[in-house]
Design a protein around this ligand. Structure first.
Ligand SMILES: O=C(O)c1ccccc1NCC(=O)[C@H](O)[C@H](O)COP(=O)(O)O
Length: 266
């Protein structure tokens, strides 16, 4: 069993409990009370690097990262620094997140929100929207093609954008065949948890230039953002570095708006 399999097994157990407490038809009925989703695409596609800043307490690779007693304060600090979107981890067992974090940030911050979780069922997509997300993550490695398409189409029907995450060439082909607009290249191998910054540069040329590329994981600072921008990234998704920084506003600001020397490469 891989780390990803193990995480998804736990996610499915927790999901079964939530679904029995609030069945899908009742959850769906709540959508009529939710404000329409915000579109993160204009900010993410704009020239110059954009930052998707993550609320992340712990992780399988690094253990404890930050207590984050007040996720709203952290998200507001990211917003003040010019973040294009906020990613809120909602997985509880391994990452210490929750839907309550998502709801709290939603109530306080006007930026597009990514529900960062291991989404494998329709229920989770509807749940994301019901709790205020504008964007969901679909990890190609966790889904067969039919499920990937069904969840993608459901998220779009609900007005959300989808960040389609890939780790290798085969997954990138599947994301492109899906018609993914936002393609996230995750430098973290979900089997070994090792981060390889070269993965982005390998996969970026396989992605048509009308898609928006997001570099995910292991971004340690401005130099990494500059490198990814030079390789074709429009946005970076940053967790650990920001939650550990004493001044997350300044850290987001420093990573935002960077352009490739000599112009955009793609
Ligand atoms: O972060 C992990 O250890 C991890 C392990 C297994 C599956 C997913 C994992 N992280 C999810 C993410 O994609 C990251 O939170 C995100 O890209 C930010 O990464 P970082 O900036 O390195 O915290």
């Amino acid at each position: 069993m891989t780390v990803l399999d193990d995480i998804v097994a736990g996610v499915r157990e927790d999901l079964a409990r939530r679904e029995s407490a609030l069945p899908l038809p009742e959850l769906r009925a709540r959508l009529s009370d939710v404000a329409p989703a915000l579109d993160p695409l204009p900010a993410l596609a704009a020239p110059g690097s954009s930052v998707i800043a993550e609320v992340k307490r712990r992780s399988p690779s690094k253990g404890h990262l930050a207590d984050i007693p007040d996720p709203v304060a952290l998200a507001s600090a990211y917003a003040a620094g010019g973040a294009a979107a906020i990613s809120v981890l909602t997985e509880e067992r391994r990452f210490g997140g929750s839907l309550a974090d998502l709801a709290a940030v939603r109530a306080a911050v006007d930026l597009p929100l990514l529900r960062k979780d291991f989404t494998v069922t329709d229920y989770q997509v509807v749940e994301a929207r019901a709790w205020g997300a504008d964007l969901v993550l679909l990890i190609v490695a966790a889904l067969d093609d039919d499920t990937l398409r069904r969840l993608h189409d459901l998220a779009r029907e609900l007005g959300m954008r989808v960040l389609v995450e890939v780790h290798d060439e085969a997954e990138t082909e599947r994301a492109i065949a899906l018609g993914a607009t936002l393609v996230g290249v995750n430098a973290r191998n979900l089997k070994t948890l090792a981060v390889d910054a070269d993965v982005f540069g390998r996969l970026a040329p396989l992605v048509p230039t009308d898609r928006v590329l997001v570099a995910e994981s292991g971004v340690g600072g401005v130099a990494d953002v500059e490198r990814y921008v030079a390789e074709g990234a429009r946005a970076v998704l940053v967790g650990e570095t920001l939650v550990k920084d004493g001044d997350p506003t300044a850290a987001v600001r420093a990573m935002s708006g960077l352009v490739a020397a000599g112009g955009a490469p793609r």
